[in-house]
Every structure is written in structure tokens, then in C-alpha cells.
Design a protein around this ligand. Structure first.
Ligand SMILES: [Cu+2]
Length: 64
């Protein structure tokens, strides 16, 4: 399942790293692409969107 989220407070590569790790902690097989310019995070995962959202929020980021 391909998910796409916008994370406006993802400002630098440390942010995208943190977000990527939060997602891969849930699903080690997940493919995560975070774009700092567009603030978009594209995720290919089997984990339900609600859980991915939760992980990003718990990591300290806000979803648009
Ligand atoms: Cu940052």
C-alpha cells in the first residue's frame, strides 16, 4: 500500500531520518521517501495508515 503524508515541520535531514526510523520501527520492510522541499513523505508499507500516522506523531511531528 502506498501512503503519502505531508509533514510541514520536517525541516532537515535529521527530521526525515527520525521519521524514517519511526516508520521502519513499525515495518522494517517499509520503503520511505522523505522530500524536504515538498515536505512530503511517501511510504510503501503493509502497515495501516492510522498506525503510520501515529508513529509520525509520536516521533514529534505534525501531519498536515
Ligand atoms: Cu530537522
Amino acid at each position: 500500500m502506498a501512503l503519502q503524508f505531508t509533514v510541514p515541520d520536517m525541516a532537515c535531514s535529521a527530521c526525515s531520518e527520525t521519521i524514517t526510523k519511526a516508520i521502519t520501527a513499525l515495518d522494517p520492510m517499509a520503503k520511505v521517501e522523505a522530500n524536504l522541499q515538498t515536505k512530503q513523505v511517501n511510504i510503501e508499507t503493509q502497515v495501516p495508515a492510522a498506525e503510520i500516522r501515529q508513529a509520525i506523531t509520536t516521533a514529534g511531528y505534525t501531519l498536515a
